[in-house]
Design a protein around this ligand. Sequence first.
Ligand code: PGA
Length: 260
Amino acid sequence: MREKIFAGNWKMNKTLAETEAFLQEFVNYPGIGRGHQVLFFPPFTALVLMKELIGSVPIQWGSQNMHSKDSGAFTGEISPLMLAELGCSHVLIGHSERREIFGESDAMVAEKIAAAHKHGFKPMVCVGETLEERKGGQADVKVLRQVDSALADLTAEQAARQSFAYEPIWAIGTGLNASSGDAQTMCALIRKRVTEKVSEDVSAAMPILYGGSVKPGNIAEYLQQPDIDGALVGGASLKPDSFLEIIKNALGDLFGQVAN
Ligand code: PGA
């Protein structure tokens, strides 16, 4: 059984004061992070606070982006060494906002993935199609191209530390979430590809998340799908109450139970 994962992507939101207010409330919910995984991708500045504010509560954190080099003349970038010092376990790589707004190619994403593995992070790699690609019947082609590139050159051990988030670009921040059936179809396609490219064992254990306008009211139907293991949540992760409601609505009676 794959553990359910709830990842909050805060994007370019939250000052240090806002991060502190959020976490002081959130980490005190009884049962949070027990029997399921909670993960935050705060802005770089807020990463400094995570260790101190999360303490011994079972919540992990990571960065929203990372440069592939350890150091050098890359103004405005952040290196894996800097992130390692801040206790990051994960790194989000290839979010569509990075790919579409900041021009990250599959090749750049692959370099970042390699660097993340070199430094012992768990990369969560985002893949997804535009509305035009979906309408043109190209969603599968696009997503599989991104998946292939994200798996190329990885050892099975590295692939086993990786996760994918299927995030259709047209569903991000728009309120237009993918149907749970369509999301399942795409997540199953990704899993099948991991089987083909890596192994059955790795694909059976790999977390594959859905992201795109996930809300407390629609999370349950996604998590009922066999190949969807969690959600990458943007807007609805910014308030402690709504993120908690997402977790509770997804898990129902299982919330707070410690998996044995
Ligand atoms: P959203 O963002 O939940 O606000 O649609 C998801 C994401 O970009 O990861």
